[in-house]
Write a protein that binds this ligand. Sequence first.
Ligand code: MTE
Ligand code: HPA
Ligand code: MOS
Length: 766
Amino acid sequence: MEKIFHESAAYHITGEAIYLDDIPQANVLIGHLVGSKVAKGKIISTNIEQALKVKGIHAILSHKDILGINNLGPIVHDEEALAVSEVRFVGQAIFLIAAETKQQAIDAERLIEIVIEEQKPVFTLFEAMSADTKVQPTRTMKTGEAETFLPLAEHKFSGNIEIGGQEHWYLETQASLCIPGEGNEMKIISSTQNPTEVQMIVAENLGVSIHEVEVETRRLGGGFGGKETNAHHVATWAAILAKHCKQPVKIKLTRDEDQKITGKRHPYFIEYQVGFTQQGIIQAIEMDIHSNAGSARDLSMSILERSMLHAENAYFVENMTIRATAWKTNLPSNTAFRGFGAPQSMAAMENIIDEIARFLSVDAAEIRYKNFYGIEKRNKTPYGQLVINNRLFSIWDELIQTSDYYKRRKEIQQFNAVNTYLKKGLAITPVKFGISFTTSFLNQAGALVNIYTDGTILVNHGGVEMGQGLFTKMQQIAALELGVSLDKIKVNATNTSKVPNTSPTAASSGSDLNGAAVKEAILKLKERIQAVVANYFSEKNQGKQKSEIKDIIFRNNLVFDWRNPEREISFAEAASIARIKQVSLSATGFYKTPDINYNRETETGNAFHYFAFGMAVSEVSIDILTGECVIERSDILHDVGESINPNIDIGQIEGAFVQGLGWVTSEEMKYSAKGELLNYSPDTYKIPGIRNIPKDFRVSLLQNAPNFNAIRRSKAVGEPPFMLALSVWFAIKDALLATSAEKKQINLKIPATNEAILLTLNALNK
Ligand code: MTE
Ligand code: HPA
Ligand code: MOS
């Protein structure tokens, strides 16, 4: 098959791709935030008199200047846009400045006096637990009788895992440009995954109706979940300033600002107890999941829900109790990040499997295989949904072979037996990821497709292009349905005036949802054109057999009657005729995912439309003296159904895996005792670089695995491969344990940084 490249690939490479900051805007002011320097406290007094005198300052606004609700909370209103009387994290916005230049704003900021009476903050989960700062009551999901069967199990142990946060590190920082119009109108260009929510929250904060606000998004320089609910912060602040100044205002956070004040992946602490047989079959698990929500609720409860729904990963556990609690702390409110809570609970489950294997002195691969969900039996999740179309065994069989797993296992044992300062480790880990928003109503999408008389097509849909290739897939879907070449299709910037009331582009479901909506719109248009063309052919061939509507076919930029193939016109001619015949060439499409019915009261039901599967085998080597870790090789076999675009899907798998690598090996947040993020720039916060990816990196797509539940038999791909990086973490653990003859278990945290590796080695070899 011919390779189809990302629709913007050439623009990305030449630098022609227009991001928000590249849009020329006359008369624009720069918006800037003045944030709290204290993590928790009461605002006693403020003074902006001197700051207002700085040259180029157009406005300095406080909560008193906000005409609407003064709140950014997406689900509950618990995040003030500008602090009123108390602050809850370092960097929380108190004032907004509009200036002609960023430097003027910074100069003014220095002259603003803010007196805050400090209170005792909490930062870690352990501090939060002692201060009892639950976001909501603990949620419990339960299948079988873990509390009965745990004490009866042949073997049992308890354990825990500590998992750190992660900064999104999208290349384009949070940004918004707001242009006031007549009356209450506000046009917003936003780097957001969620244009509709930006529209709603800006309207609420300006105190205007939703139809006054238009949000447009052409592309993001990455979102990764960080722009699902956090993009509306800068949009709201810029809109407040723009409305006040009656002038366009742009806020684009600097890298340092972005890293300091935006929410991140949630740090977790997970405790568990497991009971299992001498053969390694799991009998019962109790798991307690704790997440660090930061200062507000944001999406924390949805994220925690996805943790619960992935706590058993790819394994059948007959008796399982999962308790989950999110805790508030005085950090920026943590938010969505690729995987959305699943990576953390999956890590805990995989750690349970790994520890069982160490306990029984067998290869963890064996324990994994034995506990996989069955094909027809042993296939019920803890929430009652059945795992159907289970691909675990086909993936396992192929990957174990192609990666030479058992041969390399032996080679590594031999290597470790003769090497003292370099140790190798190997691990295979699976992923089973549920596709659908767990917030059921979000599983919907809309589209608006226009055909023009030269035969070109403009596709509008509710999804956002953030680099993942959504627009390319929409272009391909439209081209195939209409039988035209790709160059006839343009996908328009996402705009709330074209397609309203949309869901965020998230949960990996962008292509599934928007693709189906685009297809629906196109089917309506095709029916109209078929009628017009059948009529046209029949009139032209009077006295001969009539052309039937159902026989009109679209292919190769042509429209023809397949029973009378000489009756053929170009797609463009067909469009022109439709216009002359006064037939509309514009149609909307809508799609909602069927058959999802999760019940939060009982924690049971079908949470997902289908599951995506994948596995990875990773081999690492560790320098015992420095703690340095090299990923020698990673083999991935991933299930994307029938890929709409293999090129793009492989890119998603590689990208997700490498981002996961950062999470499990090198990315770590360090805070001062006062709750200030210390490593807020790339020199101290270490995302994976080109030298950190696997030296030998082999990614394949599972073949012959159509998914009849989604557009063109494809499967969602955006998030699932992220968690394949756990194979690297378990390979590290494997290498570390190879250094000690007598110790079988170690408590390694995520991320396994060089420092953590060295500390673990010391503990192991004391
Ligand atoms: N790929 C790129 N290049 N940039 C991104 O920001 N976000 C990921 C994933 N892949 C992201 C990405 C996340 S978190 C999600 S949910 C999906 O893309 C969203 O897009 P989709 O639903 O179209 O797959
Ligand atoms: N994934 C991503 N974003 C979401 C979800 C989800 O499952 N639910 C609500 N927002
Ligand atoms: Mo992705 S975390 O669902 O934006």
